[in-house]
Design a protein around this ligand. Structure first.
Ligand code: HEM
Length: 391
């Protein structure tokens, strides 16, 4: 990194984290924990002033032509700074037409446009592209519960990536290939690990601390004129690769393709490319359905189709867990106790909570291949496959 980006990075890992932690402790000690008005004003001002002081030399430097990972890390640092300004209400897209931070916006747009990603921080900056220094990845605060959230999100994403990688190697081999047996087993084990790490996250993280001190950093904010939705742990390709390759979700489903288009630029360019490849690949479910007419009695079919069904079930189980345990416990239940005046923009993407919940429920049901009368899921096709296996 250039000296300017090194300095900014060092600040993000030290004073920035310290000031956010200080502010979180002040907010959390109030009776109304969601209030940020009139609290810690000197610290908030210092945070904004110091950050902008590190950003100015970077703006002057322009495009430093550094390797992807370095520029992406600087964009992440800038994004963390913006997200903190938003969290402490030093900016709010609802009351502004453009970001009040012109220079910082220019830097974000310059880097985002040159990298082919959104000019804001995405979850990946805190997860699988979050370089640790001396054992410590970047974070907004040094709160224990933020660390739990970031660590377990990362573990879970890495497991999804293992599963996506295994499944993506099957289409060129064909579903009757003995090597597909091994890959289905790998994908299944990886999805079982997703479930395990999500369960650990559920057990370990304090709901109050998450809701009041971590989640508020994931809100939408403006860069330049444009408002960008908040980051969420879903901004990586593997989960959609799994959806599409298994055939539980379809690229020609308007609901699902909208979701993919919306998240495309929140992912790294290599993830974008992986997603495009899986959109152009025939789903494994369709391969098995076709094969079931001719080869249902064959050993390879019995083995691989059964494993395929196990992988689908494991994917559905983790999706249901995300919705029914994580979203429900850490967002929905917590929101019920929030005063009405704080309800605006409770979710990362911005829509009112009931609207978001409905959309997430649909996603859960698609992944779980639930029987649905409202929209098509893979339920009937999976049942057909089970019958072909004699189930
Ligand atoms: C306490 C933990 C978590 C909570 C409260 C939570 C909550 C949410 C919420 C509210 C959304 C919708 C975002 C929005 O548009 O506002 C979301 C999306 C998503 N989250 Fe989580 N999440 C948690 C952990 C995780 C973990 C560990 C993963 C695993 C990688 C994950 C994967 C996803 C994915 C893939 C999406 C995008 C929608 C989808 O494809 O399902 N989340 N999450």
């Amino acid at each position: 990194m250039s000296t300017a980006s090194d300095n900014f990075d060092a600040w993000i890992r030290s004073s920035f984290r310290q000031m956010n932690t200080e502010l979180e402790d002040l907010y959390f000690a109030q009776e109304d924990r969601a209030n940020v008005e009139g609290i810690g004003e000197t610290t908030k001002k210092a945070l904004a002033d110091e950050g902008l002081g590190f950003i100015r030399p970077l703006v002057a430097e322009g495009n430093t032509n550094e390797a992807f990972e370095r520029t992406f890390a600087t964009l992440g640092n800038l994004g963390l700074f913006f997200a903190a300004l938003r969290r402490h209400e030093l900016t709010n897209p609802a009351r502004e037409h453009k970001s009040p931070f012109d220079e910082a916006s220019a830097l974000g747009m310059h880097m985002g446009a040159s990298l082919g990603v959104v000019p804001r921080f995405a979850n990946v900056h805190l997860n699988h592209h979050n370089r640790a220094v001396d054992g410590q990845p970047k974070s907004f605060t040094s709160l224990k519960d933020e660390k739990i959230f970031n660590d377990y999100n990362t573990f879970s994403i890495l497991c999804y990536q293992r599963a996506g990688d295994a499944l993506s190697r099957i289409p060129p081999l064909g579903v009757s290939n003995p090597a597909a047996t091994l890959l289905f087993r790998d994908a299944h084990a990886a999805l079982a690990d997703v479930f395990k790490y999500n369960e650990m996250l559920f057990e370990k993280m304090d709901a109050d601390r998450f809701f009041y001190c971590v989640r508020p950093y994931f809100k939408p904010y403006r860069v330049g004129r444009q408002e960008y939705r908040g980051a969420n742990a879903g901004d990586f390709a593997a989960i959609n690769e799994i959806d599409l390759l298994l055939g539980l979700c379809r690229g020609n489903d308007p609901y699902y393709s909208q979701l993919l288009v919306d998240k495309m630029l929140y992912m790294t360019p290599d993830d974008q490319a992986r997603l495009r490849t899986s959109l152009a690949t025939r789903p494994l479910l369709d391969e098995f359905i076709e094969a079931s007419d001719r080869y249902a009695g064959r050993e390879w079919f019995k083995t691989n189709a059964a494993l395929f069904l196990d992988v689908c079930a494991a994917h559905g189980k983790a999706a249901s867990q995300h919705h029914d345990r994580l979203v429900n416990t850490f967002i929905v239940k917590m929101s019920r106790e929030l005063e009405q005046r704080h309800m605006a923009q409770i979710t990362a993407s911005g829509p009112p909570l009931p609207v978001l919940m409905k959309a997430l429920e649909k996603l859960r049901d698609l992944r779980a291949a639930a029987p649905s009368t409202e929209f098509e899921t893979a339920h009937a096709k999976l049942a057909r496959l089970k019958r072909a296996l004699g189930g």
